[in-house]
Design a binder for this molecule. Structure first.
Ligand code: 5CA
Length: 439
């Protein structure tokens, strides 16, 4: 991609209504454009990062045995009448009528739809367990949409739904998602803390929220400090084995959202110097709710004894679009965003300081082709602009590497590389520079 032909509308100043740094930086970097309160268009750079985050979530879901489907954004009100949630959900639900006066809604979540799909096909315990997920836009008519993609009205969610024969099996499915979530956040460069959580309108009795620490976060957490440093389990655990010890290792340390917090228990379970009370961003929420939907919606499976019983379900949400804001809150400096390599919109930028000057263009093109061949997804900054302005915009949008090609270096047979995260610079022959970037 050549920046001279790209669409990256960066802004010098953030609009004054953007209160938190991630919202300001997403607007300034030309990632999103607000179309209505809490509703955004995704511009090229924002869309690229969104797709990368989505793909990491997808890979970790697949690894943990979940199967991808795609459910519609528009859902029939009648399904929600079956579960009893149509009237309960309140003003957050966007209700729509079609030309036949049928009641539809823009899905805020998909327990009803997935239960309808499941009950149409699965009848026996022999077909269990199953976990179906989708990555789809949701709509919640939030009273106070704010902080950009953090609390949108339209937002992208990964929602997975597990189906099991009984509670013990459902808890095994829950454990798989619990650990898969930790792997997702680790790949995004985030430290997420699983905390015991309230179940709200989804229902059920077992639930965890995954919180990343940030002062601007809307959630409050109380947790044992050691939990923050405890790493993710890693991709190579035995997903079909007993995961309970790995889960217990993490759930045995005190951690609760403010709704679930119990100060006396906190003080009994965590020594004073290990007690942390901080703000954070909820980037995932998982629930086990048993028969809450399967019973009223008659999603029944025959057990090994031939008796039909409601299937046991859980649901597992990741705020995919919210994660972009979360990553930026966790990783930025005064100059702009610092993307982790795993989700950066481009892997490296080749900065041509003299576009139009043949000898410089040739080296820049050679560098660009080499990075392209190495799968680094580079961008070529061939814009006719002051070097200072080019560097500032590349720092702002957070591309992890800059490879700078200018007249002085070309005369000496070298280029300069700069690592965005540390500001560290090296002057090297082109081949060594490519190697350093690809290491
Ligand atoms: N059905 C369940 C799980 S599949 C569910 O809807 N859970 S949820 O309500 O907790 O949402 C899942 C995740 O979506 C949250 O953890 C949060 O990260 C994200 N999310 C929720 N509301 C919004 C919003 N208004 N804007 C952006 N992200 C949101």
């Amino acid at each position: 991609m050549r920046l001279s032909r790209y669409f990256m509308p960066t802004l010098r100043e953030a609009p004054s209504d953007a209160q938190i740094v991630s919202h300001q930086l997403m607007l300034r970097a030309g990632m999103i454009r607000q179309e209505a309160a809490g509703i955004y268009a995704w511009l090229p750079l924002g869309l690229k990062v969104l797709k990368k985050v989505e793909q990491i979530v997808r890979e970790e879901m697949n690894r943990a045995g979940a199967i991808e489907i795609l459910m519609p954004t528009l859902q029939l009100a009648d399904l929600w009448r079956e579960s009893g949630r149509y009237d309960d959900y309140g003003e957050e639900m966007l209700r729509i009528k079609d030309r036949h006066e049928r009641d539809l809604l823009y899905g805020p979540t998909a327990e009803e739809v997935v239960t309808e799909i499941f009950r149409a096909y699965v009848k026996s315990y022999k077909d269990l367990p199953k976990n179906l997920y989708n990555i789809q836009w949701k709509f919640r008519d939030e009273r106070r949409p704010r902080f950009g993609v953090m609390r949108g009205r339209e937002f992208l969610m990964k929602d997975a739904y597990s189906f099991d024969v009984d509670e013990a099996a459902a808890r095994r499915s829950y454990n798989r998602m619990f650990l898969a979530y930790l792997n997702v956040y680790a790949r995004l460069g985030l430290k997420a803390i699983p905390v015991r959580a309230d179940t709200g309108p989804i229902g059920g009795d077992l639930s965890h929220e995954f919180i990343i620490l940030a002062e601007t976060g809307e959630s409050e957490v109380f947790a044992h400090r050691d939990l923050v440093e405890m790493g993710a389990p890693g991709a190579d655990i035995d997903w079909n084995g007993d995961l309970q010890p790995l889960v217990e290792q993490r759930t045995s340390l005190y951690a609760a959202s403010d709704e679930m917090h119990n100060q006396a228990r906190f003080e009994a379970e965590a020594p004073e110097d290990k007690r942390m009370n901080a703000r954070g961003i909820e980037v995932g929420h998982i629930f086990y709710f048993g028969e809450k939907y399967s019973k009223p919606m008659k999603a029944l499976v025959a057990g090994s004894d031939g008796v039909e019983r409601p299937v046991h379900m859980g649901s597992y949400g990741v705020g995919v679009s919210r994660l972009l804001g979360g990553i930026i809150e966790a990783s930025h400096d005064d100059a702009g965003i610092i993307w982790p390599d795993s989700v950066a919109p481009f892997g490296a930028a080749v900065v041509n300081l003299r576009p139009g000057e043949a000898s410089i263009d040739a080296v820049a093109e050679q560098a660009y082709q080499a990075l392209l061949g190495a799968g680094k997804d580079p961008v070529l900054d061939d814009r006719d602009d002051r070097p200072g302005a080019k560097f500032a915009s590349l720092d702002l949008v957070g591309i992890p590497w800059q490879l700078i090609v200018g007249p002085k270096g070309v005369a000496e047979g070298v280029v300069e590389i700069k690592r965005r995260a540390t500001g560290e610079r090296q002057t090297l022959p082109l081949e060594a520079a490519i190697k350093a970037i690809c290491a």
